[in-house]
Design a protein around this ligand. Structure first.
Ligand code: GDP
Length: 179
């Protein structure tokens, strides 16, 4: 039986096609699967060891098609203990959207200011197509408490996905202890 303390509810947000699903699949299975179903709303769960503790991590993957206000009005953003907000370093519009999402969560959303947010710039392997530099992501994370920033690639093994999620889950655990 899982106690409340050993379950982590995470919501994944960001524009379409930035690699949200690829990232969670990579973190949970260590694999990069170029094809999977693209349903609008999908939940993944897996046991993960964080700080020597076993956590049941539940990730709700949003498609990126629905607006923040629509997700919010349907109550779909409630109860999250952390948000992972993803953009692609090859797509400026996705970065602008991620920046808005961080702002909305941190400034306008319930306990958002205290809830850990991980901002992730994905597709780091596509260096030649980079249009968003690391500093731009870093700068956003520095504006808010409990907001981390990582660049990574779901497509390449060992390119930061594990450490980005581990860091973030540590933060989520710490913030749960403090509540
Ligand atoms: P989502 O809509 O945000 O969930 O994005 P997906 O996970 O469906 O990925 C969108 C497309 O980007 C797919 O074709 C993936 O194979 C590709 N993709 C995802 N992550 C990466 C990455 O790190 N590098 C590269 N080169 N492609 C990626």
């Amino acid at each position: 039986l899982w106690s409340r303390d050993s379950v982590c509810n995470i919501i994944l947000l960001g524009a379409e096609d930035v690699g949200k699903t690829a990232l969670v699949v990579r973190f949970f299975t260590k694999k990069y699967l170029p094809e999977y179903s693209h349903s609008t709303w999908c939940c993944y769960e897996r046991n993960v060891i964080v700080n020597d503790r076993v956590l049941l991590v539940r990730v709700t993957d949003t498609s990126g098609k629905e607006s923040f206000s629509s997700l919010k009005s349907k109550g779909l953003l409630e109860g999250a203990e952390g948000y992972v907000i993803v953009y692609s370093i090859t797509d400026k519009r996705s970065f602008v959207k991620a920046r808005e999402l961080v702002k909305l969560i941190k400034e306008d959303f319930g306990e958002g200011e205290q809830t850990p947010v991980a901002l992730i710039g994905n597709k780091e392997d596509l260096v030649h197509y980079r249009v968003v530099c690391s500093k731009e992501g870093q700068r956003i994370a520095l504006l808010y408490p409990r907001c981390s920033f990582h660049e990574c690639s779901a497509a390449r093994e060992a390119q930061n996905v594990e450490s980005a999620f581990q860091d973030f889950l540590c933060q989520v655990l710490n913030s749960k202890v403090q509540r």
